[in-house]
Design a protein around this ligand. Structure first.
Ligand SMILES: *[C@@H]1O[C@H](CO)[C@@H](O)[C@H](O)[C@H]1NC(C)=O
Ligand SMILES: *[C@@H]1O[C@H](CO)[C@@H](O)[C@H](O)[C@H]1NC(C)=O
Ligand SMILES: *[C@@H]1O[C@H](CO)[C@@H](O)[C@H](O)[C@H]1NC(C)=O
Length: 727
């Protein structure tokens, strides 16, 4: 507790001490700072401008504060002052110049605190006129002019310009108002010299007017170069030419002058006062000769042109014929055109091949014959006369390659009735190659292949497969006979047609549980893609590509649901899709089902008959008890009233038929004996119910045919007896 109290009192005392210290030094604030330009912001040259910087500072202390002022022009410090005065800071720009133009800003710093004023722009206009001075108004040729130019009172970065006869000759950049330069003048005569200057005030520059002009005269020297050439006229190539380059000095006051003799850019000779040169001229030498002297800064020159006449022209090398095939004979002809017959006699001019060729022999002057090489070769020739040699331009001979036997083929595929392309191509042979398509050895069309990327293609159409073999082609690239290809051998695709869909087993026998085979066949070139569809389904049931033009699809264990319309589509490389006629498949009930159903029907019928017979018998038994004299036949009429009417209508026919039972037409027999059947059944019905099945009548007819006598008897008997019970 005691320790804590001690610590607190120590802290408090140190805080009080520091507060007293601050108070003693200064308590101040910079309230404002402002910069102004006096008398104005826009002034003319030579105005005395004052930059005023005023700061308002409030302070509590009695001692004056040390104020640090800084004045900036375009961000660069131009003035710095530390003062304890509270008065405004003044920065004087006496006799302002355009270089004083710029943005001025002022900053005050007091004990680490600082404040800046807003910027003010000073614009000074007007440049003083430049003043030109030259040292000597008279110069000798080769002497340089010494001149000075002044921009009175101007400050800053200045570029001075000197002009000779209005053309700028020299410029110099300095940081002062005065410059001195030395420069050569263009030549003898009177010249007008002027100067001007530019003050740089980035980013701008100000151009002064031009100074008043000063006239300077340049006196010509008394020496001149002299060029003598011999001969001067009718100079032919190969002639000797003598040249002399010297100096003419009017007053003989130059001891040493250096001379240069040159032809074009080639220096022929140089030396003191005079040089001589001898040379054999060539036609291409028809250039200018120049003689130049140099003394001090003086350079003088004289030129002369010498026209040189050609004795003979540059030869040209040509080949005959223009094109040559490998190892064929060729002739190179070297010839110079314009013979100067005045100087050159026949036989003076000789020719040779360059480089010399063993395979070429000179047959006549300038003609060289031999066999063409296998490869490209650059030939040149030389014409010579009187020690002069002239080379011809290079002749590049490219021996051509004879065409090789062409190959004929079909591009893509040949489809009957559709246009397709036949290609004819030789593996070797220089272009251009002419390809001719022949059909049955008659030219059909010609294609010329001139660039390697080209191909000889012919459009044709065939209507029969064997027509394709009629085509051959011929290739030729020379005057020789062309080479023939083999006959065109290619598969011709026959478009598909005649689609036929068949089924096994035949339609009515398609029953449940059996297998169904669809046989698709078509005319056209295989491979063929077959697709079997069923009506109502977008996707094919089966798809098969066959190498033959028929195929089959099988459905095993048919069920009723397989019933429907089926058809197939076929496609081959001719790209025509053909569809077959649809086939209606109806799956019938299986045989065992029929038998079961039939059996049930029969059973039902049998039960019915048994019931009926039982009923009948019981009824008769009751009747017999009632009336013992009643016969079987009395019951019949209501049971078979229809049969009765038939019998009564055709009694004779019935009879005749029975007499001649072996009718020629067996088919008719059962029909005619329908009545007999009825009776037979009627008679038999009480005795044998099994006979009353549907096929009963047929069986009876057969029996009747086989045993006429046996059946006749009961029939006749019944027939005769028949009316008796009825009546
Ligand atoms: C400008 O100031 C200079 C001295 O710096 C003085 O000689 C001159 O007379 C002044 N010019 C004017 C117009 O006040
Ligand atoms: C050049 O030739 C002339 C005569 O044409 C002669 O007088 C002179 O001495 C020769 N100069 C030289 C340097 O050979
Ligand atoms: C022939 O000269 C041409 C240039 O003129 C050159 O490109 C070519 O390669 C030369 N041929 C041979 C075989 O030297």
């Amino acid at each position: 507790m005691v320790v804590l109290l001690l610590l607190t009192s120590a802290l408090l005392s140190s805080y009080a001490g520091s507060m007293r210290g601050v108070d003693a030094q200064s308590l101040f604030t910079i309230r404002s700072i402002a910069l102004s330009l006096e008398p104005r912001e826009d002034v003319t040259r030579d105005t005395n401008v004052t930059v005023r910087c005023g700061a308002v500072v409030s302070s509590s202390g009695r001692q004056p504060l040390s104020r640090e002022y800084t004045i900036y022009k375009d961000g660069v410090v131009v003035y710095h002052k530390t003062t304890s005065s509270t008065e405004d800071l003044l920065y004087a720009l006496s006799r302002a110049r355009v270089s004083h133009t710029g943005k001025y800003k002022c900053k005050i710093s007091i004990e680490g605190k600082s404040a800046s004023s807003d910027a003010r722009k000073l614009t000074v206009t007007g440049l003083s006129p430049p003043v030109l001075r030259v040292e000597q108004p008279m110069l000798s040729e080769g002497e340089e002019l010494k001149a000075s130019c002044t921009a009175p009172g101007e400050t800053g970065s200045i570029i001075f310009y000197f002009y000779e006869d209005l053309k700028e000759k020299r410029d110099e950049r300095v940081n002062s108002e005065h410059v001195e330069v030395t420069f050569p003048l263009s030549g003898p005569g009177h010249h007008t010299i002027e100067c001007s200057y530019t003050v740089l005030i980035p980013p701008d520059s100000l151009q002064s007017e031009k100074s008043s002009s000063v006239h300077v005269s340049v006196r010509e020297l008394s020496i001149t170069p002299v060029l003598d050439i011999f001969p001067q006229y009718k100079v032919y190539e190969g002639d000797q030419l003598t040249l002399s380059c010297g100096v003419k000095d009017l007053y003989n006051h130059f001891d040493s002058v250096y001379v240069y003799l040159s032809q074009g850019t080639k220096l022929l000779k140089s030396g003191q006062n005079q040089v001589n040169h001898t040379m054999k001229v060539l036609a291409k030498d028809s250039a200018e000769f120049e003689c130049q002297l140099e003394t001090g800064n003086v350079v003088k020159a004289v030129t002369k042109a010498v026209p040189v006449t050609e004795l003979f022209s540059v030869p040209t090398l040509t080949m005959s014929p223009v094109e040559v095939f490998q190892k064929e004979s060729m002739k190179l002809i070297c010839k110079s055109d314009q013979d100067e017959s005045e100087r050159l006699s026949k036989g003076d001019l000789t020719y040779s091949i360059d480089p010399p060729q063993i395979h070429l022999l000179e047959s006549r002057n300038g003609e060289f014959s031999g066999k063409a090489l296998h490869v490209e070769f650059n030939y040149s020739c030389i014409a010579r006369a009187k020690g002069i040699e002239k080379h011809s331009p290079i002749l590049t001979v490219r021996p051509k390659v004879l065409v090789s036997t062409p190959k004929i083929s079909v591009m893509n595929k040949a489809v009957i009735g559709k246009p397709f392309k036949i290609r004819c191509k030789s593996d070797n042979g220089s272009l251009p190659i002419n390809y001719t398509l022949l059909e049955d050895y008659n030219p059909v069309s010609v294609v010329t292949v001139s660039v390697p990327s080209e191909e000889a293609l012919f459009n044709v159409t065939v209507h029969k497969p064997k027509d394709i073999h009629k085509f051959i082609c011929e290739a030729s690239n020379s005057r020789r006979e062309g080479l023939l290809s083999l006959k065109l051998d290619a598969t011709v695709i026959e478009p598909l047609s005649h689609p036929l869909l068949m089924v096994i087993p035949p339609l009515p026998e398609i029953t449940e549980g059996s297998d169904l085979i669809f046989i698709c066949s078509i005319r056209g070139t295989p491979p063929v893609t077959f697709k079997l569809y069923r009506y109502g389904y977008d996707l094919p049931l089966f798809t098969k590509t066959s190498a033959l033009n028929h195929t089959s699809f099988e459905i095993h264990d048919l069920v009723k649901l397989h019933s429907g319309m089926y058809y197939f589509e076929a496609l081959n490389h001719a790209n025509n899709i053909v569809s077959s006629e649809p086939v209606n498949i109806e799956v019938r009930l299986a045989l065992w089902k029929k038998i079961v159903i039939g059996s049930f029907c029969l059973l039902a019928l049998f039960i019915l008959v048994v019931v009926c017979v039982l009923c009948f018998k019981s009824h008769r038994a009751i009747r017999a008890v009632d009336r013992t004299t009643v016969s079987v036949w009395t019951e019949r009429p209501p049971q078979a009233s229809e049969e009765n009417s038939v019998v009564s209508n055709e009694p004779d026919v019935e009879y005749t038929e029975v007499v001649h039972p072996r009718s020629a037409d067996p088919a008719r027999a059962p029909q005619k004996k329908g009545t007999d059947t009825v009776y037979s059944e009627l008679q038999n019905s009480p005795h044998d119910e099994a006979d009353r099945q549907p096929y009963g009548s047929v069986e009876y007819a057969d029996l009747n045919g086989e045993q006429p006598d046996m059946s006749n008897y009961p029939l006749n008997h019944y027939h005769q007896d028949l009316p008796v019970p009825v009546d």
